[in-house]
Design a protein. Structure first.
Length: 52
């Protein structure tokens, strides 16, 4: 796995991602196995995606 980018770089990439793709990422990150394997990524996605 590649190193996670800085929060600012992640935020820029998130903003450039299509809404449909963001929804898919959020759905995937809600699954325990994916969230456990990619915790830092999912944490940042949840923060930017407004996950409660």
């Amino acid at each position: 796995m590649k190193t996670l980018k800085s929060k600012e770089e992640f935020k820029t990439a998130w903003a450039a991602t299509a809404e449909e793709d963001r929804a898919g990422i959020m759905k995937d990150c809600d699954e325990d196995g994916i969230r456990d394997a990619h915790g830092d990524f999912c944490k940042m996605a949840f923060e930017l995606g407004g996950h409660q």
